[in-house]
Ligand binder design. Structure first.
Ligand code: ACO
Length: 433
């Protein structure tokens, strides 16, 4: 196979190197294009743009493959835990028992927020969206660790990583408690990561939440399945912010904001709201499918479709089974699950969805699991953010470790007015529409 691509512009030929990834992915390296030709590439929505080289996660959207550091998601879902997988994603290898113990100890040591952070929660109205609180509080954390700003940050990286992974869970639980007017519940030293989160969410000062192993496992699995997904909208945002040398907490806070929208992490909330609306309207799903196919309706089948997966989302398969298992375990008969299954069945037969290669994504069933566990719908995207933290950190780390790191700064094709002059205010005419 050729190692260069030839581009011809105005009769002149330019050779551009082809870069090949470890999984055989091929990319035309255009980094010298503008200097050589005066042209830039235009790729709205970045569907054809590789923004970086990364060694964290591999996806083959055509074959439905997802691997963290080379290990298939199915194996990790089956045999690992969120925290072990977080270590793998951030540090690049599966931890030995001693490494995992040290990581776990660091998480425990750093799980409490600075006590003064509690006062920040009081400034938010009770109905504030927890994603707004989460991003604000992660960023506020930067104020409490001035070492983050200095050159010594590299020496303390492991501690900042542990702080972020551990405290995002504490912040999430506190924001929920605040929204309900409940007293804050502090983390316990003897509980593992996900169990501790459920404890902080649902215990009362007089009554410990009763942990059910299957519930803990289901939520841990949700975190693990969300732990990274290469250059998606939020991870690209983290890299963008980090490329300007912003600190870890500021970069992660930006990732939370990018995740919030309903086309990205907010889809898990949107799916359950959609299913609830279908249920409330007495529709069996068929009317909604008709509307989702009609571009003028403004409706989409939430939890369906993916920029990269054009066959199936491997996470969706795992989560669908977990969803069935947990509802059986908890003896829950959720009518929304019946609607979801019917929608999937109908959509997968419809030419509209088949032709566009639209399949259920990870968000289609995760919300039903979280609903069964008792996590309120407005917290769903927060669960995604907790899960995605290792991926954001690993991508931040790649930026920091780049030998010749450059600030991310795309260009544009300008299409605005040309050569205007400044008109003094008294001479300006009202604009006609
Ligand atoms: N329902 C109905 N039609 C859809 C859907 C959907 N869920 N998704 C895509 N389409 C249609 C589009 O209208 C478009 O049709 P056209 O070619 O006739 O114009 C075609 O499929 C391609 O869609 P795009 O929006 O161009 O695809 P893109 O790759 O930009 O978007 C996205 C991917 C955002 C995930 C999209 O499929 C979507 O909006 N899905 C619903 C929201 C969702 O579930 N998001 C979660 C994504 S996964 C994650 O972030 C964890």
């Amino acid at each position: 196979m050729s190692t260069t691509a030839t581009l011809e512009i105005d009769g002149k030929k330019y050779n551009l190197p082809i870069v090949v990834g470890t999984e055989g992915e091929r990319a035309v390296d255009v980094s010298t294009l503008r200097a050589a030709t005066g042209h830039i590439t235009l790729d709205e929505g970045y569907g054809n743009t590789g923004s970086c080289k990364s060694a964290v996660t591999f996806i083959d959207g055509e074959k439905g493959i997802l691997r963290y550091r080379g290990i298939p998601i199915e194996e990790l879902a089956d045999q690992s835990t969120f925290i072990e997988t977080a270590y793998l994603i951030i540090y690049g290898h599966l931890p030995t028992s001693a490494e995992l113990q040290r990581f776990s100890d660091l998480l425990t040591e750093n799980q409490n927020l600075h006590e003064d952070m509690k006062y920040h929660f009081n400034g938010f109205p009770p109905n504030a969206h927890p994603m707004a609180i989460l991003s604000a509080m992660i960023n506020a954390n930067s104020c409490f660790y001035p070492g983050l700003m200095g050159p010594e940050v590299r020496n303390e990286f492991d501690i900042h990583v542990a702080r972020l992974i551990s405290q995002v869970r504490t912040i999430a639980a506190f924001s929920y408690r605040k929204s309900r007017g409940y007293p804050y519940i502090y983390p316990k030293r003897d509980l593992k990561y996900t169990a501790n989160f459920l404890h902080m969410m649902f215990s009362q000062p007089y009554d410990d939440y009763k942990l059910i192993p299957e519930v803990v496992h289901a939520l841990d699995l949700i975190f693990l399945l969300h732990a990274d997904h290469e250059q998606n909208c939020s991870t690209s945002t983290v890299r963008m912010v980090a490329s300007g040398q912003a600190n870890l907490f500021a970069s992660a806070a930006a990732g939370v904001c990018a995740l919030w929208g309903h086309l990205h992490g907010g889809a898990n909330q949107a799916v359950v709201e959609m299913l609830q609306q279908i249920y409330d309207s007495g529709d069996d799903g068929s009317k909604f499918i008709t509307a989702a196919k009609d571009k003028t309706s403004g409706k989409r089948l939430m939890g369906f479709g993916h920029r990269v997966y054009k066959n199936h989302d491997p996470r969706a398969r795992i989560i669908k089974k977990a969803c069935d298992d947990i509802l059986v375990k908890l003896h829950i008969n959720d009518p929304l699950l019946d609607i979801a299954k019917r929608l999937e069945e109908v959509a997968l037969r419809e030419s509209y969805f088949i032709e566009r290669k639209l399949y259920p994504n990870v968000d289609f069933y995760s919300g039903i699991i979280m609903r069964a566990i008792g996590i309120p719908v407005e917290m769903f995207t927060v669960m995604f953010a907790i899960g995605r933290m290792p991926g954001w950190i690993a991508n931040f780390k790649e930026i920091m470790e780049e030998k010749q790191s450059r600030i991310y700064r795309p260009r544009q094709v300008y299409i605005g007015p040309v050569n205007q002059t400044y008109v003094p205010r008294p001479q300006r005419k009202p604009r006609t529409v």
